[in-house]
Design a protein around this ligand. Structure first.
Ligand SMILES: C[S@@+](CC[C@H](N)C(=O)[O-])C[C@H]1O[C@@H](n2cnc3c(N)ncnc32)[C@H](O)[C@@H]1O
Length: 280
């Protein structure tokens, strides 16, 4: 077994051994953690350097995660295992509530002719269903590291690039995926998306984003909205035992603009920000 596969297995095993709820915070139980300071947990740098998407086999990690709990891996609800219910909840509680579907409806209204639509990380396919039912002018394509359903246009990718067999695109859409990627994986996708989009194409996506206003916000439960950092002061999120960086709003905009995107609109919902980018 290669190193990354072994890592993935260990992560799930350790998670179970610690008997920590899938929805709960795992960090305080991990050995080597520094005690929380002012409500912030500082994760030792070796842990961040080891348990991050650049060091792990994405396909293996996500297939283990979905085998452990399909509900947790898609909508952070380990108590739900029915695929249709997970799909419906994901659509209503995330895609609709975050407002990106609304933006998609507006974008589709002004599209002329038939265009290729790519969803990165479609999970159980709720957006594929929406596209089929509501947007006949879009041809759906999906790209995932761990495909959870069969579709002739659903491709398994390497987690950072868009395969050549995916044609020129009019729309790229992704929710609840980019926060699980390393910064390097995000930037790699941004570059590929820019190259694959036609001149009128748009890129809609969302992830956790920190800014000067929400940085110090508290949740209704009295916890910090962004309560985990590495030793260098970068904010982190975690999924099972994988850590990923939560970037600053300004840095993301700068990266997208350096690639050539115009960021047309951004919307916040607590710690989650959605972006509408075009080439123009
Ligand atoms: C939390 S689920 C969200 C699924 C779906 N977007 C939804 O909102 O219901 C994350 C999905 O992204 C996929 N994924 C994770 N890392 C990925 C990567 N680097 N590239 C493409 N897909 C990825 C997972 O396999 C999974 O299907």
């Amino acid at each position: 077994m290669n190193r990354s596969k072994k890592l993935g297995t260990n992560l799930i095993t350790r998670y179970k051994e610690n008997d920590v709820s899938y929805r709960g915070m795992i960090l305080p139980k991990m050995k080597g953690n520094k005690p929380p300071k002012e409500g912030t947990t500082i994760v030792p740098q070796w842990m961040v350097n080891t348990y991050n998407p650049d060091e792990m086999d994405a396909k293996h990690f996500w297939s283990l995660a979905t085998k452990e709990s399909i509900g947790h891996s898609i909508i952070s609800r380990a108590d739900i295992s029915d695929r249709d219910e997970i799909n419906t909840r994901s659509f209503h509680d995330l895609h609709l509530k975050l407002g990106l579907v609304h933006t998609l409806f507006n974008v589709v209204k002004i599209i002329k002719g038939r265009v290729n639509f790519l969803e990165i990380g479609p999970g159980l396919g709720n957006i594929k269903i929406l596209v089929k039912e509501r947007f006949p002018q879009l041809k759906w394509h999906g790209l995932d590291v761990n495909c959870l359903f069969k579709h002739p246009n659903l491709y398994r990718g390497d987690g950072r690039t868009i395969p050549d067999k995916i044609p020129e695109l009019g729309i790229v859409y992704s929710i609840n995926v980019f926060q699980h990627l390393s910064v390097a994986q995000r930037v790699s996708y941004y570059n590929d998306i820019y190259d694959k989009l036609n001149p009128d194409g748009v890129f809609l996506f969302g992830m956790f984003v920190v800014n000067e206003t929400n940085e110090n916000e508290m949740t209704p439960e009295g916890k910090r909205l962004f309560g985990v950092k590495d030793e260098n002061g970068n904010y982190l999120t975690h999924f099972f035992s994988q850590f990923t960086e939560i970037e600053w709003y300004g840095d993301i905009i700068e990266t997208l603009e350096e690639i050539g995107f115009i960021v047309v609109d951004t919307k916040y919902n607590n710690n989650y920000c959605t972006f509408l980018c075009g080439k123009y």
